[in-house]
Design a protein around this ligand. Structure first.
Ligand code: ARG
Length: 277
């Protein structure tokens, strides 16, 4: 008798916060005047890594000196199957990361599809696969440019739904929207313009939409790592946790305050490399 195939744990890319710091300001959360506690950041990152490792295989890219934001591997690029599209960062300060992430994707066996233009596509920070629909949700207007969406669509052979970001605090799509297992979509409505909300409503029925309020959004609750029924976040209100629990999710909170100083949380610190079953 054949034994059932054992599903391989999905891989998640992370980068140790060895050089993490807030040494420039490229989003409204960052202030060079507020210093980062490196030891605390290291402990927070280790806890997140251990939490993710319970549900996935964590793979690492070497941190590089002088690149404090490389810890946010969600911005390495976007992957689908064995294809990887490395990011083209808008802020000059992050552009040197492109080379390291591109080299890493190549060494891990991904086929690299580079965007020719400079600047304006920040990877899985702005491009998220839905878990039910064969689409990508893609943010633009702050750090990524909508001009890249057609290219992504033809490359991945999947509809790319463009969502315009209007609130500078939610400068990457993954800061205000999270596709969750089972076709649920958790998001902060005020971060989007009317057409973008209409695009969401047209595709996701009300019972699968999880709208969060401003307090939860500012705690980066949408910056969630979702593996199976687990949701890993920095913080979530009791009422939102109850709602997610009722839907069958288990919420793990991991203190990530040092990374919020840079405008990032759990999801920014990780890049899912394999599609979930
Ligand atoms: N300081 C980083 C930046 O502004 C944070 C990146 C957060 N990443 C994310 N996927 N939202 O680029």
């Amino acid at each position: 008798m054949n034994s059932p195939a054992v599903a391989r744990a999905p891989r998640v890319l992370m980068c140790a916060p060895t050089h993490f710091q807030v040494s420039y300001e490229i989003n409204p959360w960052m202030s060079v005047a507020r210093c980062v506690d490196r030891d605390r950041a290291a402990r927070q990152w280790e806890t997140l890594r251990a939490c993710i490792a319970e549900h996935a295989e964590v793979v690492l890219i070497d941190p590089q000196p002088g690149l404090p934001d490389m810890v946010f591997t969600a911005n390495a690029g976007v992957v689908a199957g064995n294809r990887a599209v490395p990011s083209r960062f808008s802020p000059l300060q992050r552009q040197p990361e492109e080379r390291w992430f591109t080299e890493w994707f190549a060494s891990a066996g991904f086929s690299i599809h580079s965007l020719d233009q400079v600047g304006g596509f920040e990877g899985a920070g702005d491009c998220l696969a839905d878990t039910l629909l064969p689409i990508f949700w893609a943010g633009y207007g702050t750090r990524s440019r909508v001009e890249f969406h057609a290219r992504l669509q033809s490359l991945f052979g999947r509809e790319v739904v463009s969502l315009k970001l209007g609130d500078p605090r939610f400068y990457h799509l993954d800061t205000c929207l999270a596709p969750l297992q089972g076709g649920y979509l958790m998001y902060f409505p005020a971060a989007f313009d009317g057409d973008s909300l209409a695009a969401i409503h047209a595709r996701v029925p009300q019972q699968r939409r999880i709208e969060v309020d401003e307090a939860d959004a500012c705690d980066f609750v949408c910056n969630a790592v979702n593996l199976g029924n687990r949701i890993i976040v920095h913080r979530a209100s009791a009422s939102l946790q109850r709602r997610l629990t009722r839907l069958g999710f288990v919420v793990d909170t991991v203190e990530l305050g040092e990374f919020l100083k840079s405008g990032g949380s759990a999801k920014c610190l990780s890049l899912l490399l394999d599609e979930l079953p």
